[in-house]
Ligand binder design. Structure first.
Ligand code: 13P
Ligand code: SF4
Length: 301
C-alpha cells in the first residue's frame, strides 16, 4: 500500500511541481499544498512561481486562469469533474448579444466564467477586487457577468456606475437562506459575527457584519475582537480559520461545493504521477483572455 502523502511530496520535488489549493478543497489537500488562498491570490501567485508544473486543486476556471497567465508552465487539474456551476450560466453568444445592445458599456467578467467569456471581456475580477475593478474601469456603464449577487453588491457600493446584471449565480451560496441563518443564530446563546460571501443572496447579505471574499473573511477575523463567527461560505474555509485562530469559534451551515470536494488525495497523486489532465488553451483565445486578466491585475491594485 503506497503512502499517497509521502509520494506526492517526493514527486513534487523530483518534478519541480507546486501545488496550489483553494480554501474550499478537502482539508488533507490544503494541508499538502504549497499555497492556499482565495481566487485572486491564487491567480497572482502562479506568476511568481518558477515551478515547471502547477497542480491546481480548485475548479477548472481557476486552473485555466493559471494557464492563461503562465502559458509556459504545465498546469494540471487533478479531477476533471471539478467544474464550477456558475461558469455554465454565461455563453459567449448571449454576451455578444448583450454587448450589441449596450455598445458603450464595458464588460467586467467574474473569474468564475469560461475562457471564451474572459476573451470578450474588458477586465476580469474576483470577489475580493470587484469593487476596485468596477470603480477604476473607465466606463459608467458596465456589463457584469455572470454573478448577479456579486454584481448587485458592487452596485450598492458604487451608485455612480450603472451595472447591467447577468442572471447568473452560485447555486451553493445562493441556496443559503436568511431563515436558516436566523434559525441558527437563535439557537446560540453567544453573540456571533456573521461573515457573508458576496455570492450569497441579498437577504443573507443584509444580515452580515462583514461581506467579503474567502481571503478577506479570514483577514477580518484576525482584526476582529469577537470570538464567535458564523461563516456563510463553503465549509472548507474552516480548515484555515481553525488553524490560524485556534482560540476562536467558527460556525457554518454545512455549505458544500461538490466540484471542489471531488478532488481527492488519490486524484492529486495520479495527476502528478502521470502528469494527466493538463490544461490546454488555443493561443489566440488565451491571449485575449490574458488581456482581461492583466487588466484585473492593473485595476485591482
Ligand atoms: P473567492 O474569490 O472568495 O475565493 O471565491 C471563489 C468562489 O468560487 C466562491 O464561491
Ligand atoms: Fe462555483 Fe459556487 Fe463552487 Fe464557488 S462555491 S466554485 S461559485 S459552484
Amino acid at each position: 500500500m503506497i503512502n499517497c502523502k509521502e509520494e506526492i511530496l517526493k514527486m513534487k520535488e523530483e518534478k519541480n511541481a507546486t501545488i496550489l489549493a483553494h480554501y474550499y478543497v478537502r482539508d488533507e489537500i490544503q494541508e499538502l499544498a504549497d499555497y492556499v488562498g482565495d481566487s485572486y491570490y491564487l491567480s497572482k501567485i502562479g506568476l511568481k512561481l518558477d515551478a515547471e508544473i502547477i497542480v491546481f486543486c480548485g475548479v477548472s476556471f481557476m486552473a485555466e486562469c493559471a494557464k492563461i497567465l503562465s502559458p509556459h508552465k504545465k498546469v494540471l487539474l487533478p479531477n476533471l469533474e471539478a467544474k464550477c456551476h456558475m461558469v455554465e450560466l454565461a455563453s459567449k453568444e448571449d454576451l455578444l448579444n448583450l454587448k450589441e445592445k449596450h455598445k458603450t458599456a464595458k464588460v467586467v467578467s467574474y473569474v468564475n466564467s469560461s475562457t471564451d467569456i474572459k476573451a470578450i471581456s474588458d477586465a476580469c475580477c474576483t470577489s475580493s477586487n470587484a469593487y476596485n475593478i468596477v470603480k477604476n474601469i473607465d466606463a459608467d456603464e458596465i456589463i457584469f457577468v455572470p454573478d448577479k449577487n456579486l454584481g448587485s453588491h458592487i452596485q450598492k457600493m458604487l451608485p455612480e456606475k450603472n451595472i447591467i446584471l447577468w442572471d447568473g449565480y452560485c447555486c451553493v451560496h445562493d441556496d443559503i437562506s436568511s431563515e436558516s441563518v436566523l434559525n441558527y443564530k437563535e439557537k446560540l446563546d453567544t453573540e456571533i459575527k456573521i461573515l457573508v460571501h458576496p455570492e450569497c443572496n441579498l437577504e443573507v447579505r443584509k444580515l452580515a457584519d462583514f461581506v467579503g471574499s474567502t481571503g478577506q473573511m479570514i483577514d477580518y477575523v484576525g482584526k476582529c475582537d469577537s470570538n464567535d463567527f458564523l461563516v456563510l461560505t463553503e465549509s472548507g474555509i474552516l480548515y484555515e480559520l481553525k488553524n490560524r485562530y485556534p482560540d476562536k469559534v467558527f460556525h457554518n451551515l454545512d455549505t458544500i461545493c461538490n466540484p471542489m470536494k471531488c478532488i481527492t488525495l488519490e486524484d492529486l497523486y495520479n495527476s502528478l504521477l502521470f502528469e494527466k489532465n493538463e490544461i490546454f488553451l488555443e493561443e489566440s483565445l488565451r491571449i485575449k483572455a490574458n488581456n482581461a486578466l492583466l487588466k484585473m491585475l492593473e485595476l485591482g491594485k
